[in-house]
Ligand binder design. Structure first.
Ligand SMILES: Cc1cc2nc3c(=O)[nH]c(=O)nc-3n(C[C@H](O)[C@H](O)[C@H](O)COP(=O)(O)OP(=O)(O)OC[C@H]3O[C@@H](n4cnc5c(N)ncnc54)[C@H](O)[C@@H]3O)c2cc1C
Length: 382
C-alpha cells in the first residue's frame, strides 16, 4: 500500500540513504554482529554523507529536515538488520536533548562533532538497582564550586564502549522530595578522569550493539556541563521519551515486515508432503493474519509520525504504539520461526536472529508494562 506521509524529497532522501547503506553498512553487519560493535570509521562516513542529525539545525551542520527524514533512516537500517549501528540512538534519542536543552556554548562545542560522526553519543539512565523506577537513581552529582563530582554505576548503556559523550542521569539533590525533583542531566565526556567503561555485556540478541556498564568514580566535570536546569532532569527525560518510543515503533514495524517477507519466500521454496509449505492452509492463514496486523501497525505508526512532526502531544498514543508493535514483533518472529521448522532455529537463517533481536523491544525505552501504566494514567485510571 502506498504510504502517504512522505514527499518526493523524502523519497529521494530514502534512495540516497539506501545507496549509502548498501555500500557502507550492509556489508559490515555480519562482522559487527560477530565483534559486538560497529566501527567509528563508518559513523564518520555517515556523518560526512549527511546522515547523522538529519533533523538537526543547519547552523551546526545538520540537515534541518523533519522527523520523517530520521524515520526513513530508521526504517532502512531496520530493513537491513543493521542494529549494530545505532544511528537512531545517536541522532534521534540523545542528540535532541542537546538541541532542545543545550546552552549555546554546549551546542557550539558538541553539535558539529556529533553531526560529523566524530563524537558518538549515549545516554546513561539505567543502574544495576533501578531501571523502570527512574526517579530512584542513586548516581550522585554533587556541586562543589564550579564543578560536579559524580559517583555511581550505570548498566545496559548503549554505545558504552565506543561513545564519546554521555548524558548522565544523576541526583544533584539526593534529599529532594519527591525524589524525581532532585534529578539532573549532566554531560560527561568519556575522556574525563573518573569515567570508567565497564564490561561490554553479552546479550541474547542485538549482538552487534555495544551495550555496557559504566562507572563514575569521583568524576569531576565543569558545572557548565549541566544540561538545562538543576532538578529538571526528570521532566526533560519525560519530554524526550515520546520520540524515543516512537523510534522503537517505527523500526519495529519494519523488522516485522522484513521477517514476514523472508518467511513468505521460505515457505514457497520448502516442500513437505509433496507440496510447498506455502500451500498448507495453516501457513496461508498465519501469514495472512500477520500481514494484516503489519498493515494495521504501519497505519498507526504513520499517523503518529505525522502528528509528531506537527508537534502534537501524543504520549498516550506513542505508548500504545510502542507496546503494540513490539508485542507484534515478538509474536510475528516466533510464528515465522515456526514456519521455518528446524532451520528457523539455526543462526544461519535470519529469522533466528530476528526472533532473538525482538525480545528486547518490549523492554528498553520503557518496558511495555510501563507503557500500559502511562496509558492507564492518561485514561484517568489512577
Ligand atoms: C539492549 C539494551 C540496551 C539498553 N540501552 C540503554 C541505554 O542506552 N541507556 C539506558 O539508560 N538504559 C538502557 N537500557 C536499559 C533499559 O531501558 C531497562 O532495561 C528498562 O528500562 C527496564 O529496566 P530494568 O531492566 O531495570 O527492569 P525493571 O525495572 O527491574 O523491571 C523488571 C520487570 O518489572 C516490571 N515492572 C517494573 N515496574 C513496574 C510497574 N510499575 N508496573 C508493572 N510492572 C513493572 C517491568 O515491566 C519488567 O517486566 C538498555 C537495555 C537493554 C537490554
Amino acid at each position: 500500500m502506498r504510504r502517504r506521509l512522505f514527499t518526493e524529497e523524502h523519497e529521494q532522501f530514502r534512495e540516497q540513504f539506501r545507496r549509502f547503506a548498501q555500500k557502507e553498512i550492509e556489508p559490515k553487519v555480519a562482522e559487527w554482529n560477530a565483534r559486538g560493535t560497529s566501527d567509528k570509521e563508518t559513523w564518520r562516513r555517515a556523518g560526512a554523507a549527511g546522515f547523522l542529525g538529519a533533523s538537526a539545525p543547519v547552523e551546526y551542520g545538520g540537515a534541518g529536515g523533519d522527523f520523517l527524514y530520521d524515520g526513513i533512516i530508521m526504517e532502512e537500517m531496520a530493513w537491513i538488520r543493521a542494529h549494530a549501528m545505532m544511528i537512531s540512538l545517536h541522532s534521534d534519542i540523545v542528540m535532541p536533548y542537546l538541541i532542545t536543552y543545550g546552552s549555546d556554548e554546549q551546542k557550539r562545542k558538541y553539535l558539529p562533532g556529533t553531526i560529523s560522526g566524530d563524537i558518538l553519543l549515549g545516554i546513561a539512565m539505567t543502574e544495576p538497582g533501578t531501571g523502570s523506577d527512574l526517579a530512584n537513581v542513586q548516581t550522585r552529582a554533587i556541586r562543589t564550586g564550579d564543578h560536579y563530582v559524580i559517583n555511581g554505576s550505570k548498566t545496559f548503556i548503549s554505545n558504552g564502549q565506543i561513545g564519546d559523550l554521555f548524558i548522565v542521569v544523576a541526583k544533584t539533590d539526593p534529599d529532594a522530595n519527591p525524589p524525581h525533583k532532585g534529578i539532573s542531566l549532566i554531560l560527561v565526556e568519556a575522556e574525563t578522569p573518573g569515567f570508567v567503561r565497564g564490561r561490554k555485556l553479552d546479550k541474547l540478541g542485538l549482538r552487534g550493539q555495544d551495550t555496557s556498564e559504566l562507572a563514575f568514580e569521583d568524576c569531576v566535570v565543569p558545572a557548565a556541563n549541566l544540561l538545562g536546569k538543576e532538578g529538571q532532569g526528570f521532566k526533560m527525560l519525560m519530554e524526550k521519551l515520546q520520540q524515543e518510543r516512537l523510534c522503537i515503533a517505527v523500526a519495529s514495524i519494519v523488522s516485522c515486515r522484513r521477517a514476514l517477507q523472508d518467511t513468505v519466500g521460505y515457505v514457497q521454496q520448502r516442500h513437505a508432503f509433496g507440496q510447498p509449505i506455502a500451500a498448507f492452509q495453516n501457513t496461508q492463514f498465519k501469514l495472512a493474519e500477520l500481514a494484516t496486523e503489519v498493515e494495521l501497525g504501519q497505519a498507526f505508526v504513520d499517523t503518529l509520525m505525522v502528528a509528531h512532526v506537527a508537534g502534537e502531544e501524543i504520549v498516550k498514543e506513542v505508548s500504545m504504539a510502542k507496546w503494540w508493535t513490539t508485542e507484534l514483533q515478538k509474536r510475528l518472529t516466533s510464528e515465522c520461526l515456526q514456519l521455518h521448522g528446524g532451520y528457523g532455529f539455526m543462526m544461519e537463517y535470519p529469522i533466528a536472529t530476528d526472533y532473538a533481536d525482538a525480545a528486547v523491544q518490549s523492554i528498553y525505552a520503557g518496558t511495555n508494562e510501563i507503557m500500559k501504566v502511562i496509558i492507564a494514567r492518561r485514561m484517568g485510571l489512577g
